[in-house]
Design a protein around this ligand. Structure first.
Ligand code: HEM
Length: 351
């Protein structure tokens, strides 16, 4: 089986996501709301229902309840990973138990619109003697990786809302799609302003460490010719955000520049930097799916809503979460959002 989500599976997921997103955006009627809350009720809702099949909003395992539980759980995620005792994380076990109130494996397998990767995962686990509890754990990991897309959506919209020029250029680019009723993945890939905005937001908000196990003794040479022995059995953590914020690669690295990635090549010490932005590390199989979902979300918001941040509303990246793939904001920001028309025009992606 291929490691990346691609081909017919990718298209099926993206098309399923388009339907769920359409439902979530159509249901959304508040005009004054936090940007993060908006993202939770729209893109996270749509992703959740794409992964598990359309959920009953009153069932214990539903998008908003899971979003709230994840908010709490992620605060302590690094400590859990480091193996600190539970007593330092009050309430964490109750939150985990709540997140485990999931539909049975049998029910998920019977849902027509449950994603193929969850179904395959469940079948694989059960065929190899794993338990219902293992299936629940696997489901939570799938949710965790998909949660990154929601976190990134917040930053893309936040940076866009603070940069009128970026919003204008993106609106013009999206306007060119106005004669289409559905998009192909190629249509989405051709949106260069959108791609640059997404890459720039990812550059700024990534907090990831890539951890690798060393399989043989290796001499590592730094650019200033220092040599280090990395021993077999060691673990190495690489930190892409150090590249993302390197002033020798990116001028004014802490500033959001919406067009930074349009037809640009980046250099360090006279040499081309091949991968200047690595928010997905090197082995994330969900990269293509996540980027398509994220871009479809932005396209649908920009084309259907007038949005503005309320006066004085700002936030920062929460640096206490470093190690998470995408950093969350320190606080939500309030915005005003109005539909441009009664019936939203839904731009989905179908081929
Ligand atoms: C914006 C969204 C996402 C971001 C920023 C992100 C980022 C990452 C990063 C940094 C890694 C570690 C890569 C490395 O060590 O080289 C990773 C691994 C992984 N991601 Fe993603 N990811 C995202 C969305 C997704 C989605 C949607 C899926 C599944 C549909 C997914 C599935 C996975 C899996 C299964 C791994 C573990 C791969 C392995 O260990 O072999 N990710 N992701």
């Amino acid at each position: 089986m291929s490691r990346a989500t691609k081909g017919q599976w990718l298209i099926k997921d993206v098309s399923n996501f388009s339907d769920k997103l359409n439902l979530a955006l159509n249901r959304f009627e508040q005009e004054n709301v936090g940007l993060r809350q908006f993202c939770a009720e729209t893109i996270f809702d749509a992703i959740f229902n794409t992964v598990f099949g359309q959920s009953d909003r009153n069932a214990p395992f539903n998008p908003l309840r899971t979003y709230k539980n994840f908010e709490y759980y992620h605060k302590y995620f690094n400590y859990m990973w480091l193996g600190l005792p539970k007593k330092f994380m009050p309430g964490i076990m109750d939150t985990l138990c709540d997140m485990c109130q999931q539909p049975s494996a049998e029910e998920l397998l019977s849902r027509e619109d449950c994603s193929e990767y969850i179904k395959r995962g469940i079948r694989h686990l059960l065929e190899n003697g794993q338990t219902e509890a293992d299936v629940i754990g696997h489901n939570l990991v799938m949710l965790h990786v998909n949660y990154n897309t929601f976190r990134m959506a917040f930053w893309v919209l936040y940076y866009l809302l603070r940069d009128a020029e970026a919003w204008k250029h993106l609106s013009e680019e999206i306007e060119e799609l106005s004669d289409k009723t559905s998009l192909s993945t190629g249509d989405v890939d051709r949106l260069r302003v959108l791609d640059s905005i997404v890459q720039e937001s990812a550059r700024l908000s990534s907090g990831v460490f890539m951890v690798r196990y060393v399989t043989e003794d290796t001499m590592f040479k730094t650019p200033d010719n220092k040599e280090f022995l990395i021993r077999k059995g060691d673990r190495v953590a690489m930190y892409p955000p150090a590249i993302h914020k390197d002033p020798n690669i990116f001028a004014d690295p802490l500033k959001f520049q919406f067009d930074r990635f349009i037809s640009k090549v980046f250099y360090k010490d006279g040499e081309i930097v091949k991968n200047p932005v690595m928010p997905f590390g090197t082995i994330c199989p969900g990269k293509r799916l996540a980027l398509l979902q994220l871009k479809l979300f932005i396209i649908n918001v920009v084309s259907n809503f007038d949005v503005k941040l309320n006066d004085g509303e700002t936030t920062e990246l929460d640096n206490t979460y470093h190690g998470h793939e995408v950093l969350p904001p320190t606080n939500d920001v309030q915005m005003t959002i109005k539909r441009k028309r009664e019936n939203l025009s839904s731009l989905g992606c179908f081929s």
